[in-house]
Every structure is written in structure tokens, then in C-alpha cells.
Design a protein around this ligand. Structure first.
Ligand code: MN
Length: 511
């Protein structure tokens, strides 16, 4: 094997600083040929016999337009994302404090998980890996080496293997991966250790950006630790906050995908309300929303949905979904779908017989009013925590008016009492992941390009000493997905009915 020496050459070529002054501008090592989308490239037709590990515009023209690497997103956007990533890394606070200016960033893909012997779970790619590569294959790794403002991307993918491909479907393979994903180099994943080893030997002071606490791929993790240990103790810097910082603001193409994800889920929930009737099972409502999302183009639901009839709505993460919804009860459905990697997250609550009881209606109006007021306030770019505080304040006032909180409570007591009726936060970031950009604090101001949820609720537990008996066991939440804009925020889930009249009309359809 002479890979070692080859790798050394690679490392030298790309990590040794150039003498010429390249200023602050980020320069990518890879050739122009690789930066052009192979799927729109003429040579691509000649390669029609090549099989790929994921849909392409040629093999799946119903999913991808010419020039797109993944549905809705072109190759240049991925190259742009990696450029931005390197910019962030080089601008990181840490980098300012160290004399090292050579960086290695490692992002592993997910691996296949099994529910039992040889029976895989549905594969879901590591979101950060997918965001920066567009690569849908398991057991792959993106390595970026950056030096001052030059950087090089290397993708490790599974080797072509006729036997495995017979069982699991085609793989892209290292030969075409570089061109397909617009990276500088691609190698079989079996060469990763050697590559890393030679990189680290080349310069023992490299800064290694790798998420070592939240392990994505146990085997790759083990290998990284082994290699790193062999050259002496080294620490990792977590790149996760940087990933999430970049992912927090959505591009125009991402916004289009999010809109579609929200439209599909909105329509699916509307259809589910329409199909519901007294005595239906939560399970059938689950099946209905799942079916409606899938036939309209979503790959799957974005999370196990909450389909909670009657008092089950008081269990915030109720996903058992195996009870009958009886006449007189409401059903709370929290469901969303994943559309080409982008998640929606909606909650609606409706009376199963098509008519709210007086108590249900009173509470529903409170939640709806508060939700609308919170959405209006997004024009002022509050932090998510400020929105939460505002929800507690508004809910407190309204609950006091309708007799669920004593009139003599002080402002502080009021907030606490409101929180006892709504024990969850009112908002989270939304995007590729349902709880997107989890590393980003909820105490930063919202900005145009962010997508967030607004989801106030009221849950009346019989154990809550403040709660009058006639409201016991009612649980209501209304959740929409909102795009923050310079001026008026856009409700991406607007097409999912939430006004009382609209909800009642729909729910009456199938009685
Ligand atoms: Mn949510």
C-alpha cells in the first residue's frame, strides 16, 4: 500500500500556506470542473450507466430538476455553505486566541440502525452532514482542511460493492463522489484512518473540530479517537454551535422547501379533521395524517405525532395513540412532515363531534387569541424566551378573566399560575430538524430568515388546585410555523384552519 505517501502529498499540497497574499477572501482548492454540477454537465450523459447512491435529476426527474443535487437545492448552494462554514471557523473566538491556523473539521454521516437482526430502521441522515454535503449515504465522512483562507473538502464514502448493493441498493462510490458532491477529493471510507493519520502527522498542531460529546457514528468515533491517541493527547473543539448558527438562517431555496413541507402538513391535518367522527380511534387519525402527508409528497412524518383524545391531551408527549375518541371529547393532534429533509410542526385541537362545548370553546378562544397576539409581536423581533414570558403574561390575564386563576394574584403569582396551565415553552427554531439548531440559545433576538413555531396551550389537570371542575382534563394547543421577515412575519401553516367556525365546519363533515 502506498496510500500513506499519496496522502502526504495531498496534505502538503493543500495545507502548506501559499506565499502569495490571498487576503481575507476564502479560496477553495478544488478545480472549476468539480464546482460545476455534474448533473447539468454534458459529460454526465456519457456516464448514464453509473449508478448513484441517491436520487438524481436523471434517475428521479419527478423529484429533482436538472442541476439540483438534492430536491430543490443546487450544488453551488452546498459549496457556498462549506465556504461559509470555513469563514465561521476561522472567525471563531477560539481561533483568535491561538497561534494555530491550520484546521481540520470532521463531520460523520449517520450509520444504519437496526430494529432487530438485519431489519433496518428507516435511514435518516445526520442533519449537519446532509446540510454541508447533500450526501444521503450512510457511513460517509466530510473532512475539511482549512489554512488561513484556503480550504479543501474531502468526502469519504462507502466503496462500490456488488454484493452489498444487491441487498441495499446502489452506492455512489469514491470514483464519482467528488464530482457529484462538488468536493475536491473523494476516497473510500476504508482510507479515512490513514488520511487522518497522515494529516495529523503532517502538522501536529492542527486544531481539530469534531463533535466528540454527541457521538453520531460510533465506529467512526472510535477510529478518530484511536488515530488522535496515537499521536498524543489532543482535544477537540465542538463545531456544533457553528453549524447551527449557519443553519439558523434559511436560504431562499430552504424557505421554498419549508413552505411546501408546511403546506403538505396543513392540508393533511385539515383532511384528518374532516375525516374524524365520534368513536374513531387515535390510531386511525394518526394513519390518516400519515397517509395524507405521504401521498402529497412528504417522505414521512417529521416525528411520532401526538394524537390525544380527551384527557390524553394533558400528557404533553403522548404518542401511544391507541385510545378511542368519544363523543364530547376534543382531540389534540401535533403532527408535521418531512419534505426533502425539511420539517413542519403543527398542532390543532378540535371537537370530535364537530361542536365545541361551552367550556372547550372558552379555553379554545383564549389559546387562539394569545397565539395570534404572540404572532403579531414577532414584528418586533423578540427572543423566544421573551415570547414565552409574554405567553405566560397574556395567558395569566385571560385565565384570570375566565375564572381559572384567582383575581387577587400578584403579577408574579399570575405568571406562575399561567405556567401551571402551560408547562412547556412556546417556541423553538424549526428547519431540517423539528427542534432545529438546538445549540442556539432562545435568548437571542429573532431575525429575518429564521423559522420558528408559536405554540401556546392550556392543559387543565385535575391535580391543579386552581382549576374549576368543569374544565378538568381539557387540553388545547394551537401551533403554527412562522417565517420571520423584515416586516410582517409569514405564517407558513396558514392554510391549516384554526378559527372556531372553520374547525367546526370541517369536523362536522363526517359525522
Ligand atoms: Mn413544536
Amino acid at each position: 500500500m502506498n496510500h500513506g505517501s499519496k496522502m502526504f502529498g495531498f496534505v502538503k499540497k493543500c495545507l502548506i500556506p501559499r506565499l502569495e497574499n490571498i487576503g481575507a477572501q476564502i479560496v477553495m482548492c478544488h478545480s472549476t470542473a468539480a464546482s460545476q454540477n455534474p448533473l447539468s454537465h454534458k459529460s454526465y450523459n456519457k456516464q448514464a450507466h453509473i449508478t448513484y447512491g441517491q436520487p438524481t435529476a436523471t434517475t428521479h426527474p419527478h423529484l429533482l430538476k436538472p442541476g439540483e443535487l438534492v430536491p430543490g437545492i443546487k450544488l453551488d448552494e452546498f459549496i457556498f455553505r462549506r465556504t461559509k462554514l470555513v469563514e465561521h471557523i476561522l472567525n471563531d473566538e477560539y481561533v483568535g486566541k491561538t497561534s494555530e491556523n491550520q484546521h481540520i473539521l470532521i463531520i460523520p454521516s449517520s450509520t444504519k440502525l437496526y430494529m432487530s437482526e438485519k431489519i433496518p430502521y428507516v435511514f435518516r441522515q445526520n442533519t449537519d452532514f446532509l446540510y454541508f454535503t447533500g450526501c444521503q449515504e450512510p457511513d460517509s465522512i466530510l473532512v475539511i482542511t482549512a489554512n488561513n483562507s484556503r480550504f479543501e473538502s474531502t468526502l469519504f464514502v462507502q466503496k462500490k460493492d456488488p454484493r452489498s448493493e444487491l441487498w441495499d441498493g446502489p452506492r455512489t462510490g469514491a470514483e464519482v463522489a467528488a464530482e457529484m458532491f462538488g468536493v475536491d477529493k473523494s476516497y473510500p471510507i476504508t482510507e479515512f484512518e490513514l488520511f487522518l493519520n497522515s494529516l495529523l502527522h503532517e502538522n501536529r498542531k492542527n486544531v481539530i473540530w469534531y463533535e466528540s460529546d454527541d457521538i453520531i457514528h460510533p465506529d467512526i468515533h472510535k477510529k478518530i479517537l484511536q488515530v488522535v491517541k496515537s499521536i498524543g493527547n489532543r482535544t477537540f473543539l465542538s463545531p456544533k454551535t457553528i453549524f447551527h448558527d449557519i443553519r439558523l438562517i434559511k436560504s431562499e431555496t430552504e424557505i421554498e422547501l419549508m413552505k411546501k413541507s408546511c403546506e403538505i402538513a396543513s392540508a393533511a391535518i385539515a383532511k384528518t379533521i374532516q375525516a374524524s367522527k365520534c368513536g374513531i380511534s387515535e390510531h386511525e387519525l394518526f394513519a390518516t395524517v400519515d397517509y395524507q402527508c405521504r401521498i402529497n409528497g412528504a417522505e414521512f412524518l417529521a416525528y411520532p405525532p401526538v394524537v390525544a383524545g380527551g384527557k390524553n391531551a394533558n400528557i404533553i408527549h403522548y404518542i401511544t395513540n391507541n385510545q378511542i375518541v368519544h363523543n364530547g371529547e376534543m382531540v389534540l393532534m401535533d403532527a408535521g412532515c418531512e419534505y426533502h429533509g425539511y420539517s413542519s410542526d403543527i398542532t390543532r385541537t378540535w371537537p370530535i363531534n364537530g361542536t365545541f362545548t361551552p367550556q372547550q370553546r372558552i379555553l379554545y378562544e383564549v389559546v387562539l387569541d394569545v397565539q395570534k397576539m404572540l404572532i403579531q409581536q414577532l414584528e418586533k423581533f423578540p427572543t423566544l424566551d421573551q415570547i414565552f414570558h409574554e405567553m405566560c403574561r397574556l395567558l395569566g390575564i385571560r385565565l384570570q378573566e375566565i375564572g381559572l386563576i384567582p383575581k387577587n394574584f400578584s403579577a408574579d403569582e399570575l405568571l406562575k399560575a399561567a405556567f401551571s396551565y402551560c408547562p412547556h415553552h412556546v417556541s423553538h427554531y424549526l428547519g431540517m430538524d423539528v427542534h432545529d439548531s438546538g445549540k442556539i440559545s432562545r435568548s437571542i433576538k429573532t431575525r429575518p430568515g429564521m423559522i420558528i413555531t408559536i405554540e401556546p396551550g392550556i392543559y387543565v389537570s385535575p391535580k391543579n388546585p386552581l382549576a374549576p371542575a368543569e374544565f378538568h382534563n381539557l387540553g388545547i394547543r394551537i401551533e403554527d410555523d412562522i417565517l420571520i421577515k423584515e416586516k410582517t412575519p409569514v405564517i407558513l401553516t396558514k392554510s391549516c384552519p384554526k378559527e372556531i367556525d372553520d374547525i367546526e365546519t370541517l369536523a362536522k363533515c363526517n359525522q
